[in-house]
Design a protein around this ligand. Sequence first.
Ligand code: SF4
Ligand code: F3S
Length: 106
Amino acid sequence: AFVVTENCIKCKYTDCVEVCPVDCFYEGPNFLVINPDECIDCALCEPECPAEAIYEEDDVPAGQEHFIELNAELSEEWPNITEQKDPLPDAAEWDGKEGKFELLEK
Ligand code: SF4
Ligand code: F3S
């Protein structure tokens, strides 16, 4: 399955949800996740993310492996999102910043 990683936090551009053929994105306050049981590995979302936050499970950057389990967990709790919306207000400012994991809201 594909996985949303740290750089989505506080950006949440949502371009990804528009292209997913199985609508398997789920939305929290400042982050999105993919339900790994629903993702069909089509890879369409990966190039759509302006923050380059989406990776195939086997290609998740070193140190971000915990996002694999996090996507699985939070996708069971958060509501489905299927249409693009405005990014978070300071998305451009937060894009690429390190250490955003501690700012994740659940
Ligand atoms: Fe959806 Fe395809 Fe991305 Fe999986 S890889 S989340 S099915 S767009
Ligand atoms: Fe997040 Fe990128 Fe989608 S920033 S909301 S994974 S387009």
